[in-house]
Ligand binder design. Structure first.
Ligand code: NAD
Ligand code: TYD
Length: 358
């Protein structure tokens, strides 16, 4: 019976991963270490909480003593490090917490795992440290080309720089100690439980509440969107079959401009919920500082070596996602209270004070 330490498991991708793994495997133990920042929500894990093989620990990955104790008291085989500050806009406003959680936190986890797993000869059999990174570490593309795993790192935002810093530490633990690690670099995820500060849930939430949808710059920035369940599947396959010390890109083969994404959501809600939800909600606002233009990942390596490929077509994934938010308005109400509301209102005031459509 393998024991997983999943960090940041109360967030968007982490909670989808935990739910996916516990449903699929009866023979694993899973510890979720999460600080419960504004982005962490135990509501995402109501089913998991009933599972005797699941344990939640509230705590910070930067807390060496706590992380050390978790390794000492549990025979951890696999670490999956989702814990992160994850929103680019927040990193522009408050860089320090990104450096702390994303870099220092990863260093604490790496060190604790090394101490627990290293024997006088080599590392224990069957252990692995999986770092969940992002395609944003590669920087920004023009109209053509794709990021492969050998594309040089060229992060621009504080968020992506801190993720790149963490990736280099993970690589150093492999290069120096031959610690068994892998890194995933996935494109933009969408699906249930995503905090409504990110483009897709923000657009759905604003449409439902008939609030303006802020489009940064000209709306022509491109992201490659992957349904979160497909990413969870890729992560599981990399845990089982990923080569040690290797990086794997994960993507949805689905590049879209931001304005196209917003229009797809508006159209669906116009037709299925309320004809008053229309393009008038779109408001062009000042561009994000240092806004990356285009991301696009080449997923040949994971497809060839591991046999994974994304299964969910965007036209299906986006419908499932919108339906989930419509059916879970209480969840949305809970997360849009408190700190988020203040943050959002602040952003919104800044955004709505800017006029002009390109
Ligand atoms: P999220 O912001 O929804 O969740 C992050 C979780 O980490 C929250 O539960 C939060 O409470 C927890 N956390 C934050 N700081 C912590 C700390 N110091 N100690 C312990 N827990 C802490 O993020 P997400 O969208 O689920 O992203 C998960 C991971 O995937 C991140 O590492 C992110 O960089 C990466 N990623 C995300 C996307 C995406 O589109 N969302 C794409 C590529 C990569
Ligand atoms: P986001 O969901 O924040 O993810 P990331 O910046 O990590 O790719 O943003 C996705 C794209 O949508 C990005 O180009 C910024 C843009 N965007 C808007 O135009 N308006 C918004 O309100 C938000 C949150 C994002």
């Amino acid at each position: 019976m393998k024991t997983y330490l999943v960090t940041g498991g109360a967030g968007f991708i982490g909670s989808n991963f935990i739910n996916y793994m516990l449903k699929k495997h009866l023979d694993i133990k899973l510890i979720n270490l999460d600080k419960l920042t504004y982005a962490g929500n135990l509501e995402n894990l109501k089913d998991a909480a009933k599972n005797p093989n699941y344990k939640f620990v509230q705590g910070d990955i930067c807390d060496e003593e706590l992380v050390g104790k978790l390794f000492k008291n549990n025979d951890i085989d696999i670490v999956v490090n989702f814990a992160s500050e994850s929103h680019v806009d927040r990193s522009i406003k408050n860089p320090q917490i990104f450096v702390k959680t994303n870099i220092q936190g990863t260093a604490v986890l790496l060190n604790a795992a090394k101490s627990a797993w290293e024997t006088s000869e080599a590392f224990k059999d069957g252990v692995k440290f999986l770092q969940i990174s992002t395609d944003e570490v590669y920087g920004s593309l023009g109209e053509k080309g794709h990021f492969s795993e050998t594309t040089p790192l060229d992060p621009h935002s504080i968020y992506s720089s801190s993720k790149a810093g963490a990736d280099l530490l993970v690589k150093a633990y492999y290069d120096t100690y031959k610690m068994p690690v892998c890194i995933t670099r996935s494109s933009n995820n969408y699906g249930p439980f995503q905090f409504p500060e990110k483009l897709i849930p923000l657009t759905i939430n604003n449409c439902i509440n008939k609030k303006l949808i802020p489009v940064y710059g000209d709306g022509m920035n491109i992201r490659d969107w992957i349904y979160v369940q497909d990413n969870c599947m890729a992560i599981e396959m990399i845990i089982n079959n990923g080569q040690m010390g290797q990086i794997y890109n994960i993507g949805g083969h689905n590049e879209k401009t931001n304005i196209h994404i917003i229009k797809i959501i508006i159209e669906y809600l116009h037709d299925n919920l309320n004809p008053k939800i229309d393009d008038n909600l779109i408001t062009y606002v000042e561009d994000r500082k240092g806004h990356d233009r285009r991301y696009s990942v080449d997923t040949t390596k994971i497809e060839k070596e591991i046999g994974w490929h994304p299964e969910t077509l965007f036209q299906n994934g986006i419908k499932m996602t919108i339906k989930w938010y419509l059916e879970n308005k209480e969840w949305m109400k809970n997360v849009t209270g408190g700190e988020y509301q203040n943050y959002y209102e602040q952003m919104y005031r800044i955004n709505s004070s800017i006029k002009g459509c390109p």
